[in-house]
Design a protein around this ligand. Structure first.
Ligand code: F6R
Length: 271
């Protein structure tokens, strides 16, 4: 794992978008795993800007989202399908037929979960999986006690998560659905590369536990420590509780793979 600390939220999102853009340029038919949430909005803004200025082509890209609320139709503004269409898909030249979000309205959720796993397999697996982290330590909606080998399935959301996401439901946690369909931790770990973005002081404590603490099903994000190709990009607020900051900074400043991205911190702005 590598942890890259950027001075602020804009630069953390910018670096994340640059990395995704670099992977897509290197492999135009990239299979891209996507996340929703407030943290990702800046990343999708940057990707849309880059595409609009001619610097990126999504026409052959295929996407798989991590999760979807159960019981919310795709056309409802609270669904993750709606979020993705709004924040990214309608703004870039992606073929909607190549975009996948679990169907939270499926009458048979087990069959839908199995179908989703099959689609990922048929696409050849996920090349790059984008992740956020919830205040309950989840990746996707893998709430505490998610098995580290879990697959796509139905999961009950914790009160912490429903409170965290209440902002999108008029501030009322009771309006946040109680259940979601989510890729499992095992599904996520099979992606060839993981890229987790976390910003803001509210994530500092859980991020430090996930990155520097023991691997535990109580904090599903800690499972990323098992992955051989995982990058964590954070802003300085989210980095506040990390112990090994100097080492992480040294990696970013010295390792050759980060060379093309270092210019960012000295003021460059296009992904
Ligand atoms: C959403 C998802 C979640 C979020 C996490 C952070 O698809 O997978 O794990 O990434 O809850 O959400 P924000 O960015 O809203 O803090």
């Amino acid at each position: 794992m590598e942890v890259i600390i950027q001075p602020n939220v804009e630069q953390a999102a910018e670096l994340t978008a640059r990395l995704i853009a670099a992977r897509l340029r290197a492999k135009p038919d990239l299979v891209l795993g996507l996340a929703t949430g407030r943290t990702m909005e800046r990343v999708y803004d940057r990707l849309a800007d880059t595409q609009r200025s001619g610097g990126l082509d999504f026409s052959r890209c295929r996407t798989f989202n991590l999760d979807e609320y159960i019981g919310i139709p795709a056309e409802d503004e609270h669904s993750y399908r709606y979020y993705m269409n709004h924040h990214l898909f309608s703004r870039v030249n992606i073929d909607l037929a190549n975009t996948h979000v679990p169907d939270g309205m499926a009458t048979n959720l087990r069959a839908e979960a199995a179908r989703y796993e099959r689609l990922i397999r048929e696409a050849g697996g996920i090349d790059l999986q984008l992740l956020g982290i919830g205040e309950a330590g989840h990746i996707g909606f893998n709430e505490p006690l998610s098995a580290l080998m879990s697959r796509t399935r139905e999961k009950a959301l914790t009160p912490v998560t429903r409170q965290q996401n209440a902002g999108m439901f008029g501030g009322d946690p009771d309006k946040v659905p109680k259940r979601a369909l989510t890729m499992g931790v095992g599904t996520i770990l099979e992606a060839r590369e993981l890229l987790l973005l976390a910003t803001g002081a509210a994530k500092a404590s859980i991020l430090a536990k996930a990155v520097e603490g023991p691997i535990t099903g109580m904090i599903s994000a800690s499972a990323i420590q098992l992955h051989p190709n995982c990058k964590v990009i954070i802003d300085s607020e989210a980095a506040r509780k990390l112990k090994e900051r100097d080492y992480y900074d040294w990696i970013f400043q010295n390792e050759p793979e980060w060379q093309q991205f270092r210019a960012l911190t000295s003021g460059s702005t296009s992904p």
